[in-house]
Design a protein around this ligand. Structure first.
Ligand SMILES: Nc1ncnc2c1ncn2[C@@H]1O[C@H](COP(=O)(O)OP(=O)(O)O)[C@@H](O)[C@H]1O
Ligand SMILES: [Mg+2]
Length: 293
């Protein structure tokens, strides 16, 4: 089905991206490679149109775009949970650690070290914070002592959760629920985290707190991170590299600092546009690059 007969190697792909100005991590070999995927919901609704992206080992990559751009669909394609929503990857390929994963189950991926934190947090409101965290370890067979150690590790990153560990999640704040969701993912000992809009609905100070912890996790444990965000500003502050998605297509990509300074990105995504905001696609300076084809 794939339109690409020969996926180009990461070296070739990165050569098109002004690597010299990128953070050193960007030049690491990719742990995750998405190549020209097309996604269709309900057999007819075409949502992703040839999306390609790389996450270098140990990197933080931001997938940016407005509501409905296709960010969640991209993450769900990677974690192979699209089927549950009657979606299907109809073209392209996805590789994790050099292995095609499109035919694997979400459980296989968790065993390989890839864990997704879904949009909207999804904590079990009637369970305590600690019980929620423990549900994240269900794929691992751990002794009581190992479970206690795994919990302690989460509490080191999220001291707030330790304080709230006996509270019912349903009664904790939005920020604490997001922390619980990320902490639960950590219980599976991931080497790759997919985070879907961790900033959604949270106050700026809490968003900063969460992103600092995510960066810590990345730096101290080498966890590679792909995060989908509408909050371009904060995402580019913490990411090494970013992709901008609009209507199911990657419109632009580059090192985070370059994107943050790009006049078009500033105008359309960093809240500096006046009234009459146009689509990114309509920009005079916009040139769609045919990449990896
Ligand atoms: N299960 C589904 N069935 C049909 N269309 C869907 C489904 N999920 C998402 N879509 C559509 O796909 C597009 C992309 O959605 P999504 O990936 O959730 O975007 P984002 O996460 O960037 O807001 C939207 O137009 C949305 O309406
Ligand atoms: Mg979404």
């Amino acid at each position: 089905m794939s339109t690409i007969s020969q996926p180009i190697s990461a070296g070739d792909a990165s050569a098109t991206r002004g690597e010299s100005q990128a953070s050193p991590k960007v030049s690491n070999p990719p742990v995750l490679s998405v190549r020209n995927i097309e996604v269709i919901y309900d057999h007819v609704i075409l949502v992703l149109r040839g999306v390609s992206l790389d996450v270098p080992k140990g990197g933080i990559v931001a997938l940016l775009g407005g509501n409905g751009a296709g960010k969640s669909t991209t993450l769900k394609s990677i974690s192979t949970i699209l089927g549950a929503e009657r979606g299907q990857v109809t073209k392209g390929s996805i590789e994790f650690n050099g292995q095609r994963i499109d035919q694997l189950t979400p459980g296989d991926l968790v065993n390989m070290g890839m864990v997704q934190v879904m949009e909207g947090r999804h904590c079990f409101g009637h369970l305590t914070v600690e019980e929620n965290l423990l549900t994240g370890a269900y794929t691992r067979i751990l002794s009581k002592a190992e479970l206690a150690m795994a919990l302690e590790r989460v509490y080191q990153y999220f001291p707030r959760l330790k304080v709230r560990r006996q509270s019912l999640s349903g009664y904790t704040s939005g920020g604490e629920q997001q922390m619980t969701a990320i902490g639960r993912a950590m219980m599976a000992k991931p080497n790759m985290l997919l985070l879907d809009e961790p900033s959604m609905g949270l106050a700026p100070q809490i968003v900063a707190e969460i992103f600092e912890i995510v960066r810590d996790l990345n730096q101290k444990e080498g966890v590679s991170i792909l995060l989908a965000e509408q909050n371009t500003n904060v995402a580019l502050k913490y990411a090494d590299y970013g992709y901008i998605l609009e209507s199911g297509r990657i419109m632009m990509d580059g090192p985070a600092a370059e994107l943050a300074n790009n006049p078009d990105v500033k105008e359309f995504y960093l809240g500096l546009a006046g009234d009459g905001r146009k689509s990114f696609r309509d920009m005079k300076s916009y040139r769609r690059r045919k990449r990896w084809l």
